[in-house]
Write a protein of this length. Structure first.
Length: 399
């Protein structure tokens, strides 16, 4: 028994070491390369220009994904031997392809149909190489492992949806990167508990690479850079990989620890705001008779911005809503709720947070007290260029 406990302690120490090495390496790498990528983007005019639909007023570089990928690769490489992160090679290949597709879209504007086909191709390739798919409901409604002819289409549908949902929330400074940091931390805790070291490293490098980018994105002026479609699709693949690894029958699972923990509700809770907001927007567009890929200003972040919230305030509010759904799923499990109840709680809160909030606020009259209170709260969130935040802006622009 002593040797078993000692082995566990050594294993956990090794995992913690890998987390620190991966995170710090990715963070330092992005800190170093970020200003250089900004200069290249400005020199080559690889920028996102303002228009009637977009929220910025000046051209902003869109090569954030290149900087993030650089940091993630370095962090993974440094833990390749100690954490078996070499098994992440297929995922890194998919990340690179998605980065290339998204960057091409940023530069030459690929058609939505072509990008959609390319995304499906990458997902199919990843399923084939990794041998993992969403093939287990882990006891939800009494369902366990499902046949491959159902699992493969389900995985393609779910992963492509997740990839695009992460891309579609990239509409306010720090929102997409902030969400991916939150999700990577939560998934990382899951993988730490289940002992899945390779996925734990992927979560660590994601957090490390995104922190300096988020810092510049929120506080920077001359150093500000967007993820761009390349970065959003790159991180979408990472989020989809986490989901598949949690739900796959041969992936990480908490069932051995507690069979009543609902892994399906868990992943849906983590991805709640992007997924439910994307579904709402797509359905709304189709009801209006336009293409689901037709751009507009009907996302949840547009609601906050339209009512006077700053970009940073919008990001904080939306991430807080998503975190509340995650906590609600955890508490439902902790208090003995069934897997099905955990799912219904997540769905209910996800719908209320996106559909209910958006349409509820939109239908209120301008002189409604609730709407006046929301606008007042929005005005209070304009803190990015005041006090300590002004100092942070100057620091980020000098880095």
């Amino acid at each position: 028994m002593y040797f078993v406990q000692n082995f566990r302690d050594v294993k956990h120490l090794n995992m913690l070491t890998n987390i620190i090495v991966a995170l710090v390496a990715a963070l330092v790498a992005v800190v170093w390369i970020h200003p250089r990528i900004v200069n290249i983007a400005l020199l080559k005019n690889i920028v996102d220009n303002p228009n009637a639909r977009k929220l910025q007023t000046t051209p902003v570089p869109v090569l954030g994904g290149v900087a993030i990928f650089f940091g993630m690769v370095l962090g993974i490489a440094l833990t390749c031997r100690s954490a078996d992160s070499g098994s992440l090679l297929p995922i890194m290949a998919a990340m690179l392809i998605m980065l290339y597709i998204g960057t091409m879209d940023d530069i030459v504007n690929l058609t939505a149909r072509l990008r959609f086909v390319l995304e499906i191709g990458v997902v199919v390739l990843l399923i084939y190489i990794s041998g993992m798919s969403i093939d287990d409901f882990h006891g939800l409604w009494g369902v366990g492992v499902i046949p491959m002819w159902v699992a493969v289409p389900l995985t393609i549908f779910a992963t492509v949806g997740i990839i695009n949902s992460v891309n579609l929330i990239d509409g306010a400074n720090g929102l997409s990167s902030g969400f991916c940091i939150l999700a990577s931390i939560v998934f990382g805790i899951f993988f730490y508990i289940t002992g899945c070291e390779s996925m734990l490293v992927l979560g660590a490098v994601s957090v490390g690479a995104l922190i300096p980018f988020l810092f510049h994105n929120v506080f920077g002026s001359t150093s500000r850079m967007f993820l761009g479609d390349g970065g959003a699709l790159l991180m979408g693949v990472v989020m989809a990989t986490f989901v598949v690894n949690v739900l796959a029958s041969n992936g990480a699972s908490l069932e051995a620890i507690d069979p009543n923990f609902g892994v399906v509700p868990f992943v849906l809770a983590v991805m709640a705001v992007p997924v439910f907001d994307t579904i709402r927007v797509m359905i709304s567009r189709m009801v209006k008779g336009v293409s689901p890929s037709h751009p507009d200003k009907t996302h949840l972040h547009h609601l906050f911005i339209g009512h006077g919230f700053s970009h940073a305030g919008t990001t904080v509010c939306i991430l807080t809503l998503n975190a509340m759904i995650i906590v609600a799923q955890y508490l439902t499990w902790y208090w003995g709720g069934s897997i099905e109840l955990q799912l219904y709680v997540v769905i209910g809160l996800g719908v209320a947070t996106t559909w209910g909030l958006f349409h509820g606020v939109s239908f209120l009259r301008d002189d409604n007290p609730i709407k006046r209170m929301i606008r007042g709260l929005g005005r209070a969130t304009h803190f990015e260029r005041k006090g300590i935040f002004l100092i942070l802006q100057k620091m980020s622009d000098r880095m």
